[in-house]
Write a new protein. Structure first.
Length: 391
């Protein structure tokens, strides 16, 4: 997606609720609790609030839902160079790492909001959704194995950067169509006498073959009428539907209905709105085993609306995009101005991001006026349409 629009959307989604390290080269993970409490009183981030293995009230083997936020983390990458930072219009490697942490925060927060919305309909979904933040392909599959011990997986929603052959996490340690494909181009060093593929697997890389083996062994189980949603870019294909891509193969292996984007996904389409929707610049595609992939003809998707509840698949309804004009601001200059570690709320207002932008919010304080602006401006999340997503 256009880089400026991407940053604008990321700022709007995060709402500026980030807490950076004092030094640019030492970023810290984002804390969501203060932001969620200020935006929707009573809300609480519940990563780790998984289904209690000893719980009997909800039924130990009732179907479960898993919401994943893939994480690239602040771990060092070979691509962390000044040249690469400047390609992204950033001034230093430290800013490049900080931006990666912000992206992780964005995906984690969207996963948290979806899990909370599902919890408000517990009569339909039976068990609270489990939220996980894997940084490697191995951790991703481990999360599915752990969830399957609680019950078969009925819903799986995956947030994070993606492609038709990859779910991106730590460098060359994610989940792929084939680890051997990644091994051919990886720049990560390998031990003497160890193949590149073996080295990547030791570091945590996994692929569709690993998933298939775990499904065959029963370690990962999917419920009848299961639904899997990939919110990241191009899981269905870059320009044309990829029959050997991540989404298509997931449908074959899991026997679930899979929904993924053809082409990039782009939150900037939502403008400044706090929206639960995901947007594709191509179209959303539905995959079902032994059936021809179906282009849904819609660019907007609320993952909650398509999930399987009480074993019933939700109907897919076409929804047109409501385009919102973004303020004409230079996003990087104002973002880094507002996100500086020593900025004050009054100084952040001078950064130029506007009264509804992230420039309203300093890294360690939330300005109530900006939160109210995000609640009420223009096309902001309408309570009568969606309800409060964290109430």
């Amino acid at each position: 997606m256009p880089h400026r629009l991407y940053v604008l959307a990321l700022l709007a989604v995060l709402g500026g609720a980030t807490q950076h390290a004092a030094a640019a080269d030492n970023p810290e993970p984002t804390n969501f609790d203060s932001f969620l409490q200020a935006l929707w009183p009573g809300a609480k981030a519940c990563f780790g609030c998984n289904v209690d293995a000893d719980s009997t009230s909800l039924g130990r083997m009732a179907p479960v839902s898993v919401v994943v936020a893939d994480q690239k983390t602040a771990a060092a990458r070979i691509s962390d160079t000044l040249e690469n930072a400047r390609k992204h219009r950033l001034r230093s490697v430290g800013q490049l790492i900080q931006f990666r942490v912000l992206e992780d925060a964005n995906f984690a927060r969207r996963a948290e909001i979806l899990a909370h919305r599902m919890a408000q309909r517990i009569d339909e979904f039976e068990n609270p959704a489990e939220t996980v933040r894997p940084a490697t392909g191995a951790a991703f599959l481990d999360a599915l194995v752990s969830a399957s011990r609680q019950g078969p997986i009925r819903n799986l929603v995956i947030y994070g950067h993606a492609g038709s052959a990859s779910l991106y996490m730590e460098e060359d340690r994610g989940f792929y169509r084939s680890v051997s494909e990644v091994a051919e181009s990886t720049q990560l060093p390998s031990e003497e006498g160890v193949s590149k593929e073996e080295q990547l697997r030791k570091l945590g890389a996994r692929d569709l073959h690993d998933l298939q083996m775990l499904v065959r062994s029963g370690d990962i189980r999917f419920a009848p009428n299961a639904v899997i949603v990939f919110t990241g870019c191009a899981a269905a294909g870059e320009k044309d539907i990829d029959p050997s891509g991540i989404a298509a193969r997931f449908a074959e292996i899991s026997n679930a209905t899979v929904i993924a984007s053809l082409g990039v996904t782009d939150q900037s389409i939502a403008g400044w709105r706090l929206s639960p929707d995901e947007y594709s610049r191509g179209t959303w595609v539905r995959f079902v085993k032994d059936s021809k992939p179906e282009k849904l003809g819609s660019r907007v998707l609320d993952p909650l609306s398509v999930l399987s509840s009480a074993g019933r698949l939700a109907p897919l309804v076409y929804r047109p995009i409501h385009w919102e004009v973004l303020p004409p601001i230079e996003s990087f200059r104002q973002y880094w101005c507002a996100a500086a570690s020593n900025v004050t709320p009054s100084r952040a207002l001078d950064c130029g991001a506007g009264s509804y932008g992230a420039g309203h919010i300093a890294t360690d304080k939330i300005v109530p006026r900006s939160i109210e602006g995000l609640r009420t401006r223009g096309n902001a999340l309408e309570p009568q349409r969606f309800g409060n997503p964290l109430s």
